[in-house]
Design a protein. Sequence first.
Length: 94
Amino acid sequence: MKKLVIAAFAATMVACAPSSYKISGVVTAPESIPSNKVYLMIMDGSGKYADSSEIVDGKFTFTGAQETPVKAMIVAGGRSRTQFFLENGNIDIK
């Protein structure tokens, strides 16, 4: 009986885990970013951008799915950088 309860609990936890991410962010001075874009970079040593998003009304959004948490960075205008761990779920960058 104890094994059945543990198995049911584990199945519930896996079923409740989010299967995708949504990064929502706000840029305080969007006019200072000439490209009007922000970039998502996975910190894997490649130096390549994984995605880009246009800034609309001072806000940006990225969506996707990530199998395991990874270190990532949002780059705006080549100068402003925000590091965080990217994992599935809702992530707010302000």
